[in-house]
Design a protein around this ligand. Structure first.
Ligand SMILES: CC(C)(COP(=O)(O)OP(=O)(O)OC[C@H]1O[C@@H](n2cnc3c(N)ncnc32)[C@H](O)[C@@H]1OP(=O)(O)O)[C@@H](O)C(=O)NCCC(=O)NCCS
Length: 173
């Protein structure tokens, strides 16, 4: 994947273990997310996230990405392509830096990502959020994701599974 073409505005890089302190700083400010999706992030949990995969997927199909404005990490995304079907990409995690939230940055990144995936021939993007998380729900519905299903997450919470259709491919890069 030519990841530099995922964003026209931000520099996109694959994150690795050297980036964990910076990822941790970004994540730990997002208190609302961890209220709905505990436990609170740690450097150790990020180490696990960098390698985590859904069932029947390979590490080659995973991109754990950082979006940078200059030197500053402004967003982190876990993207699995070809899951749960070959023509679908799955956003396992997406989080922006609280310092730049509610300014349209998250929506801009998702919009450009969807354009990129469409050019690559994908027909849909899927993801899930914890039912009742107002910030996540508002954000994904605003970004044209529609609810597909609800699943059990744990004893007290459900997951909402949602999808955005990308329409017909406009051609490959
Ligand atoms: C969700 C998230 C990625 C959005 O990033 P962002 O850069 O702020 O995105 P945007 O500015 O494009 O849009 C934010 C929208 O959420 C809304 N919002 C923010 N906090 C909210 C809250 N507590 N309740 C309801 N809506 C909320 C904003 O009003 C805005 O919507 P609007 O344009 O209709 O007013 C960011 O808030 C985040 O990282 N949250 C923690 C992680 C998370 O929940 N990720 C998604 C679930 S996997």
């Amino acid at each position: 994947m030519d990841i530099k073409n995922i964003s026209s505005k931000y520099v996109v890089k694959k994150l690795n273990s050297r980036d964990i302190p910076e990822i941790y700083n970004l994540c730990q400010e997002n208190k609302l997310y961890y209220k709905y999706c505990p436990p609170i992030v740690t450097e150790e949990s990020i180490k696990g996230d960098i390698l985590a995969l859904p069932p029947d997927t390979k590490i080659d199909n995973k991109l754990y990405l950082g979006f940078y404005s200059g030197e500053k990490l402004i967003a982190v995304m876990d993207l699995i392509y070809g899951y749960p079907r070959q023509e679908t990409a799955f956003i396992g995690f997406f989080m922006t830096n609280t310092a730049i939230q509610n300014k349209g940055v998250g929506s801009e990144i998702i919009s450009e990502l969807c354009d990129f995936l469409k050019r690559k021939g994908f027909i849909s993007v899927r993801l899930a959020w914890i039912k009742g998380n107002p910030q996540a729900e508002h954000f994904w519905l605003k970004n044209k994701f529609t609810i597909l299903d609800e699943a059990v997450y744990n004893a007290s919470r459900s997951l909402i599974l949602a999808e955005r259709r990308l329409g017909l491919a406009a051609g490959n890069e």
